[in-house]
Design a protein around this ligand. Structure first.
Ligand code: S3P
Length: 186
């Protein structure tokens, strides 16, 4: 008999956090996962663990295209189907078909921040090969302009500038709970 006592707790669809580097996907994702009793994954960390080396080394040795193929493999077959909050590397949704691939697997929300905020949040950390250039501010502006249309159509858009992280988490928690009910009925 499948009573509510014997039935296992429903495991919700994955929540994918996408958006540019430095928009807070990992910080927000970790807190959110705890709140929702879900597992937290970071696509970069999963790829690093599987490859046994850091993202900058992968870029340096095998190039960006290879890294993108690892991101695709992570999405298509490298992570659980349910129950995870996944912080996705900033370029992951730029590949053809990736937004659709994420949407079939779960709910997608995109974090935004201004170029100035991104520069502040990323300048202390040298683990981002695309920003290890002479003029990171300019690179951020150029990449943002190039990527913005894709981010805007990827999922629900959440602005993080001048907003406490707890606000962003609260908002995403409400969004996820509402969307998860709809997703289960699909
Ligand atoms: C990248 C973002 C990084 C990482 C890699 C490339 C990008 O992840 O995947 O350096 O192309 O925007 P974060 O967004 O977690 O920094």
């Amino acid at each position: 008999m499948n009573t509510s006592k014997t039935r296992p707790a429903a495991v919700g669809p994955n929540l994918y956090l996408v958006g540019f580097m430095g928009t807070g996907k990992s910080t927000v994702g970790r807190v959110l996962a705890k709140r929702l009793s879900m597992r937290f994954l970071d696509s970069d960390h999963e790829i690093e663990a599987a490859q046994g080396r850091k993202v900058p080394e992968i870029f340096a040795d095998k190039g960006e295209a290879h890294f993108r193929s690892l991101e695709r493999a992570f999405v298509e077959s490298g992570h659980p189907e349910k129950g995870c909050v996944v912080a996705c590397g900033g370029g992951l949704v730029m590949q053809e078909g990736m937004i659709e691939a994420l949407r079939t697997r779960g709910i997608v929300a995109c974090l935004f921040a201004s170029a100035e905020t991104i520069l502040k949040r990323t300048s202390a950390n040298k683990n981002r090969p695309l920003l290890n250039v002479e003029d990171p501010a300019r690179r951020i502006r150029d990449l943002l302009a190039q990527r913005e249309p894709t981010y805007l159509r990827s999922g629900a858009c959440i602005y993080t500038d001048k907003r406490p992280m707890s606000d962003v988490v609260d908002h995403l928690e409400r969004f996820y709970r509402r969307e998860a009910r709809v997703f289960r009925r699909r």
